[in-house]
Design a binder for this molecule. Structure first.
Ligand code: IDP
Ligand code: MG
Length: 160
C-alpha cells in the first residue's frame, strides 16, 4: 500500500481505471465495473478502445527500461481495452486497494486481481498510482468531451 496516498485520502480525486485486453476477453468487464460502482465511486468516463502502440508506450513510459516493456506493450495493444475515469474522495488509493497488488498470486482474496487473475503479465486491470497520474492518464486516454459531470442520485446516502 502506498503511504504517500494516505495524506490525500480526504480530497476529491480522479483515477484512470482500465480493463486490460485479457479482462475483456475473459468476460470480466461487468464484474470489474461493478466493484467500483458498488463501492460508491462515480463513473465519469467509459469507452471500449483499441489502443495504438504509441499511446501504450506513453502510458507506461516510466517502465520503458524494464525487460518486460516490449511484452507489456504487446499485451496492452493485443485487443480492445475498456477505459474508465472514476471520481471520488480518496478514489486513487481506494481503487488500488480494490485492484490488489501487481502480482495476482500475491493479491489478497477480495481484490480484483486476487479473485480473478493468476499472473502479473495478465493481471486484468490498471489503476493510477497517484492523483497526479490519475489526471495525467485521464487526459491521455480521453478527450475533454468524453468526460461527463453529473450528480449521482445516491450522493447524500454515501457521504453525510
Ligand atoms: P501496477 O499495474 O500494479 O501499477 P506496475 O509496476 O506499474 O504495476 O506495472 C505495470 C504493468 O506492467 C503491470 O500491471 C503488469 O501488467 C506489467 N508488469 C509489471 N511487472 C511485470 C513483470 O515483472 N513481468 C511482466 N509484466 C509486468
Ligand atoms: Mg503502475
Amino acid at each position: 500500500f502506498l503511504p504517500h496516498l494516505v495524506a490525500s485520502m480526504e480530497e476529491v480525486q480522479e483515477t484512470y481505471i482500465m480493463v486490460k485486453p485479457d479482462g475483456l476477453q475473459r468476460g470480466l468487464v461487468g464484474e470489474i465495473i461493478s466493484r467500483f460502482e458498488k463501492k460508491g465511486f462515480k463513473l465519469t468516463g467509459l469507452k471500449l478502445f483499441q489502443c495504438p502502440k504509441q499511446l501504450a508506450e506513453e502510458h507506461y513510459k516510466d517502465l520503458k527500461a524494464k525487460p518486460f516493456f516490449p511484452k507489456l506493450i504487446e499485451y496492452i495493444t493485443s485487443g480492445p481495452v475498456v477505459c474508465m475515469a472514476w471520481e471520488g474522495v480518496g478514489v486513487v488509493a481506494s481503487a488500488r486497494k480494490l485492484i490488489g497488488v501487481t502480482n495476482p498470486l500475491q493479491a489478497e482474496p477480495g481484490t480484483i486481481r486476487g479473485d480473478l487473475a493468476v499472473q502479473t503479465g495478465r493481471n486484468v486491470v490498471h489503476g493510477s498510482d497517484s492523483p497526479e497520474n490519475g489526471k495525467r492518464e485521464i487526459a491521455l486516454w480521453f478527450t475533454e468531451d468524453e468526460i461527463c459531470q453529473w450528480t449521482p442520485a445516491q450522493a447524500p446516502w454515501l457521504r453525510e
